[in-house]
Design a protein around this ligand. Structure first.
Ligand code: UDP
Length: 601
């Protein structure tokens, strides 16, 4: 058996760096070298049912060569690297034959076994492992070849499974290979670790070029070359580690393909096993996600995020190699449980909501309007015409939690004519619970749009709340934007209980159509509800810190943060005293999770 690298290894860092750089260059440049033809193929609409053979062949050649050539050129003296390079060439060639001739399944399986056998003869072998609680390495002896071949085939198969979801493989391989490279470097002093590290980086580089959108579909060639290279890297890099790491790290790092196959097995078994017949299309996890309403693109992104998470966990385990086995197991369990919850939440949130005729959804006891901005504005118009008092609440996710502990606020929410989702958190929570929410309608956006409409319809508006001078400044800013806006009055929000009856009377006498109340939640909602009848205003709405924003005293989060659902973070950074509010978040996650499980059960 060839000795894989070692302390006497000739692999110099400069040479290794050159090999990886050339891999990267080749993987990015080949599509351009082949030039317009490649791009045309990428754009070409391939009719469903026709195999895009030329695309498979070109991308297979490009990836296999980007991976293998630099390793052969720069590190021929390094047996492990030469072995990995030759193996990926061999696997790429076999894959190419499958791309062109569509080999029967039996031949594909035989080819796989032959490649694995060749790998063992090239020197890639899992020859000793260290079981938990045992301090020495145990030699696998004559079982080494069989164990290695099974392992190589399993890992390569896990990668080939990813083929069913177009565009998943390149990103996945890039993340996974880079992780193995890092793990191999950290986990040293395994003798073959440097080689595995360099090969991992070269594979990551080769895959990275294919993550570009213009790249054609990947076929067997690319998948087999990358799959076997990765399998060989896992063997070379993890060889001399504890059995726990030898098993846990690849299983974690390949969590997505492993999850896909496990799902197929569990789902198939639950369905009576009929789906297991050879040649039948199995139901994989991504099929279930797409049925749930995720687009293929979001599914790929979700899988890549999951892979990145699992890779990070794997790296932490590698770093903590000296920690006791039980502690590592506990850490792994906790990380997997948290990852599962995150994955479940993210999948539900990313799914397109189904259509529903319902106007409201019941979110943990809060009747939440499903409407978008336009419908909300139309509804307010009806309320103004109706003239009887209506309360509108714009609730963020902390409001939903608060309603649990504050009966008066809960009553206000229940009696409200409309509760809108003021924040991504609320929309996300609803989606996690499978409630078909569409978009958020924030207080400050709604206030602006309502003022625009008020100017058009000649509605009178009253601004109550915020520190002295702020309501006036907000009114001036609004009037500058909508010159025909009729502001019938303003008042600050720091009045005493004794002043309250007088204030209510003044507001009622000015007869506004819309009353904006900025006292902060839940004060503003309970205040409106208590005085609704005396006020006689058709529409009163709690708008929190909107006056401060309109008056220019407080900045709104940048649009990208709003889109990413991070407005709360921006506000906390701006006003650290809001930090205690974040304590509601873990409770919110817990409440949502419990409810989600209850609904499923
Ligand atoms: N406020 C007020 N009277 C009070 C307490 C608060 O007018 O007794 C004002 C405060 O000046 C600020 C707004 O209410 O303009 C609360 O803004 P915040 O962003 O905290 O609202 P929330 O996010 O709680 O809805």
């Amino acid at each position: 058996m060839v000795d894989l690298g070692g302390p006497e290894s000739h692999l110099r860092p400069a040479v290794a760096a050159a090999a990886v750089t050339v891999s990267l260059l080749l993987s990015f440049v080949t599509p351009n070298l082949i030039g317009p033809r490649m791009r045309r193929l990428a754009r070409e609409e391939v009719p469903v049912g026709i195999r895009p053979r030329r695309q498979w062949v070109l991308s297979g050649l490009s990836i296999t060569l980007s991976l293998a050539l630099p390793l052969l050129l720069f590190a021929r003296d390094e047996p492990a690297l030469r072995a990995i390079a030759l193996l990926s060439l061999l696997a790429g060639a076999a894959g190419l034959a499958n791309d062109v001739f569509a080999l029967p399944r039996v031949v594909q399986v035989l080819a796989g076994i032959l490649i694995a056998w060749a790998a063992v003869h090239l020197g890639i072998a899992l020859d000793e492992i260290k079981p938990p609680f045992v301090s020495h390495l145990i030699a696998l002896g004559r079982w080494s070849s069989v164990v290695t071949m099974i392992w190589l085939l399993l890992v390569a198969y896990a990668v080939v499974v990813c083929r069913r979801l177009p565009r998943l493989t390149p990103g996945l391989i890039a993340i996974v290979s880079a992780t193995f490279a890092l793990a191999a470097f950290i986990a040293g002093p395994s003798r073959s670790a440097p080689a595995a590290g360099v090969a991992g980086l070269a594979a990551a580089a080769a895959a990275l070029g294919a993550t570009r959108r213009s790249y054609p579909a990947l076929g067997s060639s690319a998948h087999w070359a990358l799959g076997f290279a990765l399998a060989a890297i896992t063997v070379a890099g993890m060889l001399k580690n504890t059995a726990f790491l030898v098993l846990a790290v690849p299983l974690l790092v390949l969590g997505v393909p492993v999850g896909e196959t496990t799902y197929a097995i569990v789902y198939g078994a639950a369905r009576g096993g009929s789906r297991f017949a050879l040649g039948q299309r199995r139901e994989l996890l991504h099929d279930a996600l797409i049925r749930m309403g995720l687009s293929p693109r979001r599914t790929v992104l979700l899988f890549q995020a999951a892979t990145a998470y699992l890779c990070a966990v794997a790296l932490v385990l590698v770093v903590l190699v000296r920690v006791t086995f039980v502690a590592k197991l506990g850490l792994l369990g906790a990380a997997l449980a948290a990852g599962f919850v995150l994955f479940f939440f993210a999948a539900r949130i990313a799914a397109e909501p189904g259509e529903s005729a319902e106007e409201r959804v019941n979110l943990l006891g809060v009747p939440l309007a499903r409407m978008g901005m336009e419908e909300t504005l139309a509804r307010v118009e009806e309320f103004v015409r109706d003239r009887s008092p209506h309360l509108i609440v714009t609730s963020d996710s902390t409001g939903i939690v608060r309603a649990r502990d504050d009966p008066e606020f809960q009553e206000a929410l229940r009696s409200a004519a409309l509760v809108t989702a003021d924040g991504r958190g609320v929309v996300w929570m609803a989606r996690v619970l499978g409630l078909p929410m569409r978009e958020r309608v924030s207080g400050v956006d709604m206030m602006e749009r309502l003022c625009q409409r008020a100017a058009e319809r000649d509605w009178g508006i009253y601004l109550l709340g915020a520190e002295p001078g702020v309501a006036e400044a907000a009114a001036r800013a609004l009037c500058a934007r909508y010159p025909r806006l009729r502001v019938v009055g303003t008042h600050h929000g720091y009045f005493t209980p004794a002043e309250e009856p007088g204030l209510v009377r003044v507001i009622a006498e000015t007869r506004p159509d819309l009353l904006f109340v900025a006292l902060g939640a839940p004060k503003q909602e309970t205040w409106i509800r208590r005085h609704q009848d005396e006020l006689g205003v058709p529409v009163a709405i709690g708008v929190g810190g909107s006056f401060d924003v309109l008056a220019g005293r407080r900045k709104r989060a940048p649009v990208w943060m709003q889109r990413a659902g991070l407005e709360w973070l921006y506000r906390v950074l701006q006003e650290p005293k809001r930090l205690p509010r974040l304590l509601a978040l873990p409770r919110l996650v817990w409440m949502t999770l419990r409810e989600a499980l209850r609904r499923r059960g």
